[in-house]
Design a protein around this ligand. Structure first.
Ligand code: TMP
Length: 209
């Protein structure tokens, strides 16, 4: 058992997750909490190397099974070396993407099912799940415009997949929120950064006491 809290932010490309993760971490620190802001894939030196392997190169560099295994390997490293130790010290871990990204992105082509992705997570990371997950939700067209402006034509190997793929990813995320309403909360990401942070803080209030 741990005293810390584990919060993940999820969503498609261009939904403002990383901005929101930083804003939320700052706001929680102002409440006197010790916060560890991290991201996936990555978060530790070894996992950042796997991130580079995953996000660079052509579409057919990895098949979907290899891709899912690499994400699970990066996550195992991250959970073992950073997330679990921080939670054990009583810290709040804010993670920009976690297992729900694998459940969405690595399953849309139908090669792998949810139970297989969760099985990899069980082997790699002993099934560690966030206490709360926020999915930042935007219509795919708006999100892809924002991501294109951010990346200026230089999107990574996965971000560069076509809009049908990203639309299917968004649909998966919405389905997760419907299936698991206690852990996963859908957030309207068209509001201002400040309004979203306030909403997340309110949502987390009960966990702070
Ligand atoms: P980022 O751009 O939010 O840092 O994420 C990198 C890319 O990796 C993004 O396109 C989503 C993708 N991704 C997966 O496909 N599966 C995963 O498990 C994770 C964590 C990210």
């Amino acid at each position: 058992m741990t005293d810390g809290r584990f919060i993940s932010l999820e969503g498609g490309e261009g939904t403002g997750k990383s901005t929101q993760a930083r804003a939320l971490a700052k706001a929680l620190e102002k409440h006197g909490l010790v916060v560890r802001l991290t991201r996936e894939p990555g978060g530790t030196p070894g996992a950042e190397i796997i991130r580079e392997l995953l996000l660079t190169g052509g579409q057919d560099k990895w098949d979907m099974r290899t891709e899912a295994l690499l994400f699970a390997a990066a996550r195992a490293e991250h959970c073992g070396k950073l997330i679990r130790p921080a939670l054990a010290r009583g810290e709040w871990v804010i993670c920009d993407r976690f297992i729900d990204s694998s459940r969405a992105y690595q399953s849309v082509d139908g090669e792998l099912g949810d139970s297989e992705i969760l099985a990899l997570h069980q082997v790699g990371s002993k099934g560690l799940m966030p206490d709360r997950t926020f999915i930042l939700d935007l219509p795919e067209a708006v999100a892809s415009r924002r991501a294109a402006a951010r990346d200026r034509g230089d999107s990574d190997r996965i971000g560069g997949r076509d809009s049908d793929y990203h639309q299917a990813v968004m649909a998966k995320f919405r389905q997760f929120a419907a299936d698991e309403p206690e852990r996963i909360h859908l957030v309207d990401a068209s509001q201002s950064v400040e309004a979203i942070t306030d909403m997340l803080l309110q949502n987390l209030e009960a966990m702070m006491s």
